[in-house]
Design a protein around this ligand. Structure first.
Ligand code: FCB
Length: 449
């Protein structure tokens, strides 16, 4: 089922694990300023986080023991270029060089996400993604990354979940920088993010011709309520629709431009907000749709969807559906239908770049963490991925979120997604039962599922 070189992996992000927020010349990001104002659970911040900055060698050792083939992590833009543009911080470069070399020495393939939400503060106050120069700022950052690391790193991902940093950061304001902008602003920001993506892919082709690059959006999946053709079609429609209210959370607004070179023009959102796009948007789409090598999708959950006379309806999950500690529904079929619909539409190899479960984990008297709920989750989701592969979907990798418990954005340290437990007082790591379970699955290339 799973191909020979399937990229079994784990994922993390810089702000969530690194700590050393004010060390060795790192500049501020919007997550530093947002957390400093007490906007996250109990005033938690990423100042120390998992202290991965100082403990990365031990963390790589644990990954080696786990047996993962791939590690997806992000770079802190402001650790590399403290102001976001201009001067480079050699200590930041040196840190990532040490990490990359350590991964390679342990036969773990690095997958670098260029941007996982920790936007440089100095660029934020210059208008962030609304500034017409913002795509260029990003490309200049990417140039430094490709130049410094591209000799050894061959797998890159441009953006993580643009839906989330635009909708939560600038729409609802529950994430950094905590703004509530109009749809007019949001559409422009989204467009500049897409343009930054396309320009970066072009640069990548010039600078790392032997590498591969992808893009990692997200969106809750529409799962057909039955196997009837009309319910499947309803779910497909719903998954790629862009409604007026939910456009920031849909697949097509963010992926059709990249994969098909067009905005979803027939949707309600486009009819209402398409007018806010820059006049040059059609020209820009040529850049935005510069072909990528693999398509990533972060998938956590889905909702049953059925055909109705007027189209489709997304329903709540049935009452017996298990939930994680954030009340997200546990819906293994989301990783069957999501990749299937995406592969049909976009035709590129797919990596599940994030998937995981937050649980109320504790260390019990025997010194272990018995997270059977998470094992059950992984068993269910990985089995559905296997089923999708059997049905012809080209899924080439899976990155469990997350290697270890970490700073879960607005929820601070209260939500634990890791397969390694982190004691935030001592920073000690304890592999959970799920760690040993996943290790066995990897060892046998998923054949035990
Ligand atoms: C995703 C984020 C990741 C983590 C998981 C739980 O939306 O990309 O950083 O917070 O959710």
């Amino acid at each position: 089922m799973f191909r020979e070189n399937f990229a079994w992996g784990v994922a993390t992000a810089a702000y969530q694990i690194e700590g050393a927020a004010h060390k060795d010349g790192r500049g501020l990001s919007v997550w530093d300023t947002f957390t400093a104002d007490g906007n996250c659970f109990n005033g938690h911040t990423g100042d120390v986080a998992c202290d991965h900055y100082h403990r990365f060698e031990d963390d790589v050792k644990l990954m080696k023991e786990l047996g993962v083939k791939a590690y997806r992590f992000s770079l802190s833009w402001s650790r590399i270029i403290p102001k976001g543009f201009g001067e480079i911080n050699q200590k930041g470069i040196a840190f990532y060089n040490r990490l990359i070399d350590c991964l390679i020495a342990n036969d773990i393939t690095p997958y670098i996400t260029l941007f996982h939400w920790d936007y440089p503060y100095e660029l934020e106050i210059r208008g962030s993604w609304s500034n017409p120069d913002s795509p260029k700022w990003f490309v200049e950052y990417a140039r430094v990354v490709f130049r410094e690391f591209g000799d050894r790193v061959k797998h890159f991902i441009t953006f993580n979940e643009p839906q989330c940093f635009i909708a939560c950061g600038y729409g609802s304001g529950i994430h950094a920088p905590g703004l509530r902008c109009s749809n007019r602003d949001l559409i422009l920001k989204a467009h500049n993010v897409l343009l930054a993506h396309g320009l970066t892919v072009r640069l990548f082709r010039e600078m790392i011709p032997d590498g591969q690059i992808g893009y990692a959006p997200t969106c809750a999946v529409s799962i057909p309520v039955s196997d009837l053709a009309e319910d499947i079609e309803a779910a497909r429609k719903s998954y790629f629709d862009a409604s007026a209210v939910e456009w920031t959370w849909c697949v097509s607004w963010w992926s059709d431009p990249v994969m098909l070179g067009r905005y979803p023009e027939h949707t309600e959102a486009f009819k209402l907000y398409g007018k806010y796009l820059p006049k040059t948007y059609k020209e820009d789409l040529k850049i935005i749709s510069e072909p990528i090598d693999f398509y990533c999708q972060n998938i956590y959950q889905g909702y049953p969807t059925k055909a109705t006379e007027t189209g489709y309806e997304r329903l709540p999950n049935p009452v017996e559906t298990p939930i994680n500690s954030l009340a997200w529904p546990v819906t293994p079929k989301s990783v069957y239908w999501g990749p299937k619909f995406l592969y049909e539409r976009y035709g590129k190899p797919i990596i599940i770049s994030e998937n995981g479960m937050a649980c109320h984990d504790v260390i019990t008297a025997d010194g272990k963490v018995h997270d059977s709920g998470r094992i059950n989750f992984m068993q269910g989701y990985l089995s559905e991925i296997g089923r999708a592969i059997k049905d012809g979907v080209d899924i080439t990798g899976y990155m469990y979120w997350s290697l270890m418990d970490n700073f879960e954005w607005g929820h601070g340290y209260a939500q634990r997604f890791g397969i390694i437990y982190v004691d935030y007082n001592t920073l000690e790591r304890t592999p959970k039962d799920s760690f040993y379970w996943y290790k066995k699955i990897i060892e046998n290339n998923g054949n035990d599922l």
